[in-house]
Every structure is written in C-alpha cells, then in structure tokens.
Design a binder for this molecule. Sequence first.
Ligand code: SF4
Length: 118
Amino acid sequence: MEQIITCINCPVGCRMTVSLNETGEVVSVSGNTCARGEKYAHQECTLPLRMVTAVIPVANSDVPLSVKTAQPVPKKLIFAVMEELKKVQVAAPVALGQVILPDVCGTGVSVIATRPLL
Ligand code: SF4
C-alpha cells in the first residue's frame, strides 16, 4: 500500500510517497529532500502526532485563555483532549506557560497557557 503525504517540517513541503507492508510498517519513503522528511514519514504513517490548541473560559475573566499541549500528542486523542479541556476550571491570574492540565489523557503531556492573563 502507498500513502502520499506532505512533509510539514519546513516551507518546502516535499510531497512524499510512503510504501507500507501488510502489517503497516514503512518499507520505503521517496520524494523527501532531507532526512527530516523520512523521519516525519515514519512518524506520520505509524503514530501521527499533533499539537492541540484551544481556547478555554476563565472563571473570573471575560477574556478566554488560549492553551496548547506542551508537546505533540497522538492524533487519535485530539477529541479526547478537547473533552478533558471542557472540564478544566481555571481562574486568573495565569502565567505564560502555566500548566493548566497535567498528563492530559495519560499522555504524559501537559496542556499549558500560551499567554499570561492577569
Ligand atoms: S523533507 Fe526536508 S526539505 Fe522537504 S519539507 Fe521536509 S524538512 Fe523540508
């Protein structure tokens, strides 16, 4: 089986062809211009990861708080992360980078504030 994916590691956006065997293992990658593309192809075709960003309400402020995962999490968990974020109660003040939700969905990754809120 072949998958066509676009590398998102830099603005060049190489279009790559990834060949997978019957068990889903990557057999070959072509179309990448550098090694980062091959690494990305392996990751994307075996365990795709994504940063998750969101905006959540703040109990004592009219201004919502923008948050993101501190590292990428498995793509299949994006909706579960969003559901967890719906349950979070946060109040100002919030510092830039403050952990809002540790170990979201058992990933070991924290959700952090992307801006301070006084
Ligand atoms: S393969 Fe290399 S050059 Fe091509 S988009 Fe990815 S990082 Fe950029």
